[in-house]
Design a protein around this ligand. Structure first.
Ligand code: IVH
Length: 712
């Protein structure tokens, strides 16, 4: 759970505001929160096989969502849980054969290629020059193509292009796109039609998605096309539903009948049936019109708000298209007129190191402003330190800059002939430019250094403050109820907080106590009093939660529990970790030797405690809260030392309860079945894990058998 959930209408919230009393703004906010919360529960249930709430609590969330939607029908979200169809994710996409192959396009790179294309067609059709040969012209969207099959006007299948003949079945994912009609409306709808077009992301949505990815510590996408492809090809449709994918319909595959005799008429019918179509599509009758259109779109390219990489021309008359047919995998009646790669040369003035919200150091080229494809560029990404070394980019160099995928400018190469005398190789900083903590490159399992260098000052680095605080107050950490993500951002912006320990100092701080908070926007005396009560309630906390809350890289809940059980008390943990900061110490070897703590984790903990700032903050926290000692795991029960996997639906307890109980009896609870598993406890609906258990010859028992085994 995130801090957002802790502050939102979670299953823990005592009394949600009755739907009848919600204002429109509150309803919209709550629908958003519900969509996220329900999606998270769906994911845990379907994909992770580890639900965290009861079915009844889940149903209550869905019911509330439906009640709010009934009162505010215009607020129904594209990703609303009520719009989801059986969203159980699949292991891998099924293959689907397209009703008619999905073709690609030949390319034209200059005016001459376009003139040749038109001449070829005239010749093929033996058209006299007096006869009109019209074309449609439209932007070539840089996304990925998809085919939507409608039978009886209903969407029955959605597929990716694949190899053109066979694609992947992404029906559930495509159904989550708000702009894709589930049912066609209007006249002339054929029994069968495959409507095809491009799935893409706008620039604005792409940047927002990347900011969110970065905030969650997940990988960001290189360009909108990759982001769109990654979003559509998600095994879990819930993930796709949260991505603001768009669609433009521009062609078709199998069709039992067509609503017109020209390309223009068919696309107009698509629009009337409910599909988004590109408003920039036009009809041209002469080559000079086509070329003028190309020039106009090239000019507008930078301000369209989505990536295009050229213009597509198609013969307008469908009887002509029919006669022209195909050559290998491309139609004779269409061509893509590509834009040349936009490049320019300029001077590299400096290399700035930016620190992301999760601590990644990213080098950014500061450029002497230059126009690249109609846009003034003064910053470009250099990706990471290996890229700088590989391209040998030095401050003062003249560099070639390109707008790749159109939005994010890149430094392509150095014009070495123009290198100024004395330019030195760039020394990538080994400390964080924001907080001064060490910045390190982790080693992966094969011992290779990761491309990214990260700041180790997680607890104190201002660049990471928001993420750190949200994690700290989140449900599985300090669980401070009513203190959601929005509040953290606002308190941070106003300087009320910067370190986690500040939370426990707020109440006594001048201008930050209950009376002061009550006057803030969105707060009142009651909610302020509740917040401080919630903070007070968390002044006592278990050791494993405390460790998890520190947000040490790679230390999730399970690792925090292992650490808590091994060290027992906060004092013992902090002393040992402070000693382990020296990786040659006995304390480090002991940490590294703990079962369940790999070298990467041990190193991350050592690096965290090697930072003076982090240690100081941990000590400040210890002075403000009571950390309870961890219970030593039992070593004398029937299950102590055994590895257990729970699967399927448990009826007598939640998955979390079962896990906690097993662990308190000294067992280890694993998420998947392997040869090392001792026991599988299976409830109704158990799937692949049951098969794995059979494969490895692992004993399987029911929930009742489990309960009687551990004594109820
Ligand atoms: S028409 C037979 N129109 O470009 C006609 N394609 O290089 C096939 N594309 O796979 C496609 N925008 O993904 C067409 N306005 C547009 C397009 C477009 C983008 C993509 C499409 C196709 C690729 C071919």
């Amino acid at each position: 759970m995130t801090g957002e959930d802790a502050g939102g209408i979670s299953t823990k919230m005592s009394k949600p505001v009755p739907v009848s009393r919600l204002s429109e703004g509150e309803a919209a906010a709550e629908l958003e929160r519900l969509a996220q919360e329900i999606a998270a529960h769906d994911r845990r249930y379907h994909a992770e096989d580890a639900p965290t709430i009861s079915d009844a609590a889940y149903d209550a969330l869905k019911k509330r969502n439906a009640a709010i939607e009934a009162k505010f029908p215009h607020l129904v979200r594209a990703d609303s849980p009520s719009r989801k169809v059986g969203a159980a994710p699949v292991d891998k996409f099924a293959k689907v054969r397209h009703g008619a192959p999905m073709l690609s396009l030949d390319n034209a790179f200059d005016d001459e290629d376009v003139t040749d294309f038109v001449d070829r067609i005239r010749k093929f059709l033996a058209l006299p020059s007096s006869e009109v040969l019209a074309f449609t012209a439209e932007p070539k969207i840089d996304g990925l193509s998809a085919s939507l099959r409608y039978e009886g006007g209903r969407l029955v299948r959605g597929a990716t292009r694949g190899d053109g003949a066979v694609g992947e079945d992404v029906t559930a994912n495509l159904r989550t796109l708000g702009c894709v009609p589930q049912v066609l409306k209007g006249r002339g709808i054929p029994d069968v039609i495959e409507v095809r077009g491009e799935v893409f992301l706008s620039h604005e949505d792409f940047f927002r998605l990347n900011r969110e990815q970065e905030a969650r510590g997940e990988k960001s996408f290189a360009n909108p096309r990759n982001a769109a492809a990654g979003s559509l090809r998600q095994l879990d449709p819930e993930v796709t539903a949260r991505r603001p994918l768009r669609f433009f319909a521009y062609t078709w595959g199998e069709a039992s009948a067509l609503p017109g005799v020209t390309q223009t008429a068919v696309i107009e019918a698509f629009a009337a049936w409910g599909f988004p179509t590109n408003p920039l599509m036009t009809r041209c009758e002469r080559v000079d019109e086509i070329l003028a259109y190309y020039a106009k779109i090239a000019e507008q390219r930078a301000s369209l708000g989505y990536d295009i990489d050229g213009v597509v021309y198609k013969v307008d008359r469908l009887d002509f298209q029919q006669r022209l047919g195909f050559v290998s995998r491309a139609p004779r009646w269409a061509i893509a007129h590509k834009f040349p790669a936009e490049q320019a040369q300029t001077e590299l003035l400096d290399i700035d190191i930016q620190v992301g919200r999760t601590g990644t150091l990213t080098p950014v080229a500061k450029l002497k402003p230059v126009t690249v494809g109609g846009v003034v560029v003064s910053n470009a990404t250099l990706h990471n330190e290996d890229e700088i070394a590989r391209k040998d980019v030095r401050i003062g160099d003249t560099v070639v800059v390109q707008r790749a995928g159109d939005v994010i400018p890149q430094v392509v190469r150095v014009v070495t002939e123009r290198r100024p005398h004395g330019a030195k190789p760039f020394g990538f900083p080994e400390t964080c430019p924001v907080c001064g903590s060490h910045a390190v490159r982790e080693l992966d399992a094969s011992g290779e250094a990761s491309a990214a260098r990260r700041c180790t000052g997680g607890l104190v680095c201002p660049a990471q403050a928001a993420e750190r605080l949200k994690h700290f107050v989140s449900r599985d950490a300090f669980d401070i109820e009513g203190f959601g993500s929005k509040h953290v951002d606002a308190f941070l912006a106003d300087g009320l907080l910067s370190h986690p320990s500040d939370i426990f100092l707020l109440e006594d701080r001048h201008g930050a106590g209950p009376a002061a908070i009550a006057t803030r926007e969105g707060w009142g005396p009651q909610s302020a009093a509740k917040l401080f009560a919630a903070i007070r309630a968390r002044r006592t906390i278990g050791l494993s939660r405390f460790i998890f809350a520190l947000g040490i890289r790679h230390v999730g809940e399970a690792t925090a529990r292992v650490l808590a059980q091994n060290y027992g008390s906060a004092a013992a943990f902090i002393d040992a970790m402070t000693a382990a900061a020296d990786e040659d110490s006995k304390a480090f070897s002991e940490l590294d030797a703990i079962e369940g703590i790999g070298e990467t984790v041990a190193k991350a903990i050592a690096e965290f405690f090697a930072e003076d700032h982090n240690r100081e903050e941990v000590r400040r926290l210890i002075g403000l809260v009571d950390v309870e000692d961890a219970e030593k795991p039992k070593t004398d029960t029937v299950v102590s030392g055994k590895t257990i996997v729970f699967t399927g639906t448990l009826e007598k307890m939640t998955r979390n309860e079962a896990k906690a109980r097993a662990e308190s009896l000294g067992a280890k609870v694993a998420g998947s079945v392997s040869a090392k598993t001792d026991l599988v406890v299976a409830g109704p609906g158990a799937g692949s894990k049951l098969k794995d258990a059979q494969k490895h010859g692992v004993k399987v028992i029911s929930e009742d058998e489990w309960l009687s085994m551990i004594g109820g």
